[in-house]
Design a protein around this ligand. Sequence first.
Ligand SMILES: [Zn+2]
Length: 417
Amino acid sequence: MASTIERGAPPNALGSNMSLKKALSAASPLSLRIVAECPVTKARACDLILPHAAVSTPVFMPVGTQGTLKGITVDQLEGLGCQICLGNTYHLGMRPGPDLIEKASGLHGFMNWKKNLLTDSGGFQMVSLVELSEVTEDGVKFKSPYDGKEILLSPEKSISIQNSLGSDIMMQLDDVVSSTVTGPRVEEAMHRSIRWLDRCIAANKNPDRQNLFAIIQGGLNAELRKKCLEEMTQRDVPGFAIGGLSGGEEKDDFWRMVTLSTDHLPREKPRYLMGVGYAVDLVVCVALGCDMFDCVFPTRTARFGSALVPWGSLQVKHKQYAKDLQPIDPDCHCPTCRRHSRAYLHALFKNDTAAMHHITIHNISYQLTLMRSVRQSIVEKRFPEFIQAFMKRMFPSPDQYPSWAVDALTSVNIKLE
Ligand SMILES: [Zn+2]
C-alpha cells in the first residue's frame, strides 16, 4: 500500500528537509489521514490505516497477550471495539518461541486476532524483569529465566522475532534507561538508540507489510531529546514513539518532554506515547499532540478490584458496595455493567477470579470509550469544552486539579475553569 500522507507544512525548523525525506520515502504499509485538528490545542483525530484495518486515533492499545491472556479473550477484546492491541515480544519470543508462532501464521493466527497488533522490542521487559541483564553495543545480554542460558537480544534479533510474529507495528530495540537516571548514561543511551534504529531498519525483512517505529529517547534533558528528534526524524520510518518517560519522573518534567517531542515530530506520521494510561494523562497528552497510548495500568488495577469510572475509581472490595445493586458505572454500556451489580462483583471478588475478569473488561471498555469520546470532541471542534467537563467530573473541586495538568493545558491555550 502506498504511503498517502497529508502534505502539511513542516511544524518547525527540524522539519526543513522533510520534502527530501518524502521524496525518498518507500512504500510503507501505513498511511495516516488527518481527519480533524483542534484549532486551540495540538490535539488531532486521524485514521491510521494499517494492514489489518483502520484505527481511529487517538487510541488506547490494551495488552492482548502476556504469554497467556490475562483476564480477557480476543473475542471480548474485539467485542469492545478494540482495533489494535499489544503483544509482548519478550514472553512470546521465549515461549512458545518465534518458530512455532511463525508456523501458526504469525501472532495473528496464533491468537486468532483479526485486527492490528503492535509488538514491543522485548528490550524493556528484559531490563525490567531480568535482574542479570547487561547492555553493550551488540545488544542486551541476559540469562534466560527458563533455562539459565545466556541470550543476546540484538537489534537484528529483536526484529527477526518481530518479523516472525508478523505484527503490524514493530518497535525498534532501544537502550532503555530509567527516567530518573541523569548524567552521561542518558546521552550514551540516546546515541546508542539511534545506532540501533539504523540496525533495526536494515534488519526488517518485511518493510512492505510490517511498520517499524523509532523510539525517541533522551531522558529528561531537553537538549538530548531535541538531538534525538533531529536524528531520528531524518530516518524513513512510518511512525515515532516517545520513550523513556512514565517511569517515576516528576509529572512536570514528563509533560514538558512530551510537548517538546510533539513540537518536533512530523505532522504526517503517528505519535505513540509509551506507557501512559491514566485517564487524566491520556486526555492531557492528546491535547499535547499524541495519537497512540498503551499501559498495563487498567488491566493491572482491575486485578486488585479497582474499576475505572469518570469520577476516578471504584474499589469493589469496599464494604459500601456490599448491598449496592447499581452497575459499576450506570452510564457504561460494557458487558459487565449491562449484567452485573457492584454488590455481585463485591461478593464474587472474595472467592472467584471471575470478578477480576469482569472488572478487566469494564476497565478496557472505559479506556476505549474515553478515547472515542475524545476523538468525537476533536472532530466536532469542542475538545476544549470536553476537557473542562472531563476534569470537573474527575475531581471534586478545581483546587484538586493536579498542577502539572493545569500547566500542561495552559501551554496549549486551555485555562481550566
Ligand atoms: Zn462497564
